[in-house]
Ligand binder design. Structure first.
Ligand SMILES: *Cc1c(COP(=O)(O)O)cnc(C)c1O
Length: 397
């Protein structure tokens, strides 16, 4: 059997929880996190098997729904988000899908921010809609729009903040109040900020969803996701994952646990570098506008500083003069930044949203979302800030 560690975790600071919460060791007493790479677990007698399956006895049964390495990841992330419990999933999209399929049925309604990750929009419009769920999209910064969009059948409010790629910041506490007044739950995708910068549950959100693929891994290695919240709300999502099977693999949980151990130092440094790059970009004559919540010029700067632990985050977007040609020339000319659309990695990345992440929506929808052809998105990693600036400067010419 495994021996859970650190029962006093509630008293520890978040930096310590990221390293110490949710460790489980075998009887060997290994110091590093063990990888329990097994699909099933044995029981000593038939009677013990029966007790495990019926839930009379606690223990590991089958890795679709119980695995010690996955459990350690779930406990650690729950501790970091300030939630009672987490359920891990195979990817961020699996986390959002499991949450929505658990909370919603045909005839229900979602009010969602319009500034969403592209696959989340496709999940809502292409899959949930097929099963009779209705969706209304609103400007995340417009509180009245959230209020006006609620209907008697509204069950879920959904948002991510800051948004991708324009870094719109939504007021989680205020939107949670609107959701609750409408009898709905607020679900927040906390992928961009991570619990280092923002703990939505403490601001009134009911559930947090994660793409662990991004900053929680932090090294661009594995896919993963999770949902965090109260025991009461997580239990039915756990039962959904147990039945439907979008489960996190033990190997990926093991990789993600080591990612979490360096989360605080990575995010803190990446945010410092991002702010310096954003300020530098604002001073470049080739740059028309910079989108970064840490800049005084950002429309929700004060809210972001209050809500995001005084930081603007790790993603910086900007519009170049000269449209698409200028954006592509910059992207083709860099040597340190990676040309890829992932984010949250220790390696800095550069991408052109209009022709990659947002290429599959109509030009009119792109225009409405503010994804203009001159827009470039940077996700800042851990390289030296001067090397990143010099790389951009050389390519800007
Ligand atoms: C990447 C991402 C997702 C989806 O996560 P996957 O792990 O790729 O499935 C969801 N939301 C946001 C904000 C993301 O950036």
């Amino acid at each position: 059997m495994t021996r859970p560690q650190n029962d006093a975790s509630a008293k520890l600071r978040p930096e310590t929880l990221a390293i110490r919460a949710g460790r489980e060791t075998s009887d060997y007493g290994e110091h590093s996190q063990a990888l329990f790479l097994t699909s099933s677990f044995t029981y000593d007698t038939a009677a013990e098997g029966a007790a495990l399956f019926i839930g009379e006895q606690e223990g590991y049964i089958y890795s679709r729904f119980t695995n010690p390495t996955v459990a350690a990841f779930q406990q650690r992330l729950a501790a970091l988000e300030g939630g009672e419990r987490a359920i891990a999933t195979a990817s961020g999209m699996a986390a959002i899908q499991a949450t929505m399929l658990t909370l919603l049925k045909a005839g229900d309604h979602i009010v969602s921010s319009q500034s969403l990750f592209g696959s989340t929009i496709n999940l809502f419009n292409g899959i949930l809609a097929k099963f009779g769920v209705e969706i209304s999209y609103v400007d995340p910064a417009d509180l009245n729009a959230w209020r006006d969009a609620a209907r008697p059948n509204t069950k879920v409010f959904f948002l991510e903040t800051p948004s991708n790629p324009l870094t719109d910041v939504a007021d989680i506490a205020a939107i949670a109040d609107v959701a609750h007044a409408a009898g709905a739950l607020l679900v927040v995708d906390n992928c961009f900020c991570t619990p280092v910068l923002q703990q939505p549950l403490k601001l009134g959100a009911d559930l947090v969803v994660h793409s662990a693929t991004k900053s929680l891994d932090g090294h661009g290695r594995v896919l993963g996701g999770a949902v965090v919240g109260s025991d009461k709300l997580i239990e039915p999502i756990y039962l959904h994952v147990r039945t439907a099977g979008p489960s996190l693999s033990a190997f990926n949980a093991w990789v993600l646990l080591s990612g979490l151990e360096t989360l605080f130092v990575r995010i803190e440094r990446q945010c410092q570098t991002a702010l310096e790059i954003a300020r530098w970009l604002e001073a470049q004559p080739q740059v028309e506008r910079v989108f970064y919540p840490g800049l005084e010029s950002h429309p929700q700067h004060e809210l972001a500083m209050r809500q995001q632990n005084g930081s603007g985050g790790t993603v910086v977007s900007f519009v170049l003069k000269g449209e698409r040609a200028a954006a592509w020339r910059l992207i083709d000319g860099v040597n340190v930044f990676s040309r890829t659309s992932n984010l949250g990695d220790v390696k800095s990345t550069i991408t052109h949203p209009a022709s990659t992440t947002h290429a599959r929506i109509t030009p009119a929808a792109r225009e409405r979302a503010g994804i203009v052809d001159g827009l470039v998105r940077l996700a800042i990693g851990l390289e030296h800030v001067e090397d990143l600036k010099a790389d951009l400067a050389a390519s800007l010419g």
